[in-house]
Design a protein around this ligand. Structure first.
Ligand code: DAH
Length: 345
């Protein structure tokens, strides 16, 4: 039968397929496998043959089609993996320029804060972002009914309604690192804890569900509020310039007593009043205070022998003051047009 013979001829032809380039492979594919190709034509013919031959010829025809496809694929792969041809490739040609990345503004500012405090003896201590209630709240003197312990404010990973297992949550502040360090070492302690924190907030230009903080802690004999003030004044001048002034306003945090919030003289208008400082001449940059004796005791430090101060600041806030980034969301959008502006910083 002519059709059967033709299929067999083509089958042996398939084995002899040769090609040196992708173009030649494509030509083979068109000749044999395209809609009007040799094998497709045989399929058309197949429809007209006698019923009793269909089974045998059909199988042979399918075998041919599969063999051709496989051979073409093998050729294609062998060409893809061939070494580059030195004749057609100019290896001396200058490479395409690779766009260099830049450091993220938040990383720049975090590093600057660390540098300033390391000059006066602080070293970096880090802790986990997935924390438990104990380290984030309980040891830091948060009362059981404090709103931060509510789902509205904090992302919980797991909660035990029977209060047997510890609640696991995303840390809401880097003050949690204080407790870990105090539990594991005795004073003198002088640490700085940078890191990411999470709060259950609707995302807007002024709030985000994650942001960054740097926490400071100093515990030793005879540490006073005057030491805290002097350290923060040094920081403000290093960060925002020699003319910067600070003021401390009484405030409340469960883990410090007394507590304060620190403002710096507005570095945009120089203190004369502008839209940024709401015409007050001052902008708030951090919270601070003397570590509450309850916290020291809970973490195994003798509060009669030791005193300490702590402070915590938002890296986004400091970055805003330095670079005037108005929308917090810009920090996590990875828009290179925004990030490139920090190339020379
Ligand atoms: N943890 C506080 C917050 O997230 C910031 C803070 C305030 C840290 C006072 C401190 C401190 O160490 O003493 O808002």
């Amino acid at each position: 039968m002519a059709l059967k013979q033709r299929i067999q001829e083509l089958l042996s032809e398939v084995d002899r397929f040769k090609a040196d380039s992708q173009e030649e492979i494509e030509a083979l594919r068109i000749k044999y496998l395209s809609k009007k190709g040799d094998i497709s034509v045989l399929f058309d013919e197949f429809r007209t043959i006698a019923k009793e031959d269909k089974r045998e010829v059909g199988q042979l025809l399918n075998q041919l089609k599969a063999a051709a496809q496989e051979r073409i694929e093998t050729l294609r792969q062998s060409i893809d993996s061939k070494p580059v041809d030195a004749q057609t490739t100019d290896l001396t040609r200058t490479a395409d320029p690779i766009g260099l990345g830049t450091r993220h503004p938040l990383s720049l500012v975090r590093q600057e804060i660390i540098d300033i405090f390391s000059r006066i003896g602080f070293s970096v201590a880090e802790g986990p972002e997935i924390e438990d209630d104990e380290h984030v709240f309980t040891l830091l003197n948060f009362p059981p009914e404090h709103p931060a312990r509510d789902m509205q404010d904090t992302f919980f990973v797991s909660r035990d309604p029977n209060r047997v297992a510890r609640d696991v949550l995303l840390r809401t502040h880097t003050s949690s690192v204080q407790t870990r360090v105090m539990l594991s070492q005795q004073p003198p302690i002088r640490i700085l804890s940078p890191g990411r924190v999470y709060r259950n907030e609707a995302i807007s230009a002024r709030a985000h569900c994650f942001f960054h903080q740097v926490e400071g802690l100093y515990i030793d004999r005879n540490v006073s509020f005057a030491d805290l003030r002097q350290t923060l004044l040094y920081f403000a001048k290093e960060m925002f310039g020699e003319d910067t002034q600070i003021r401390l306003r009484p405030s409340y945090f469960p883990f410090t007593e007394p507590s304060a919030e620190m403002d710096i003289s507005c570095n945009i208008c120089g203190g004369s009043g502008c839209g940024f400082c709401k015409h007050t001449g001052w902008v708030e940059i951090l919270g601070c205070g003397m570590v509450d004796p309850n916290v020291l005791e809970a973490c195994g430090i003798d509060s009669k022998e030791y005193t300490g101060y702590a402070f915590g600041m938002g890296v986004e806030r400091i970055t805003n003051l330095k670079y005037r980034v108005k929308d917090l969301r810009m920090f996590s959008e990875n828009d290179v047009r925004f990030l490139r502006q920090f190339e020379s910083c």
